[in-house]
Design a protein around this ligand. Sequence first.
Ligand SMILES: [Zn+2]
Length: 74
Amino acid sequence: MRTRPGICQRKKRFANEEEALRVAERAPFPLRPYRCELCGDFHLTGRTKRMKLPAFEIVRRRDATAARREDAET
Ligand SMILES: [Zn+2]
């Protein structure tokens, strides 16, 4: 994913994906960690469209629709 220098400097940095995921998990909206090409650390992005969702977000969405969908994919 392309990152502009300005965005990189403004954004929070995480040394590893686990740390970024912990923060993303507590956010009230979907966030996804990605590795920044500029600094090599992880940032979070709210743009989750057309991206692979983090595991906890997949579980969250599956749980939300589990009541109606018995055959939720694993
Ligand atoms: Zn960066």
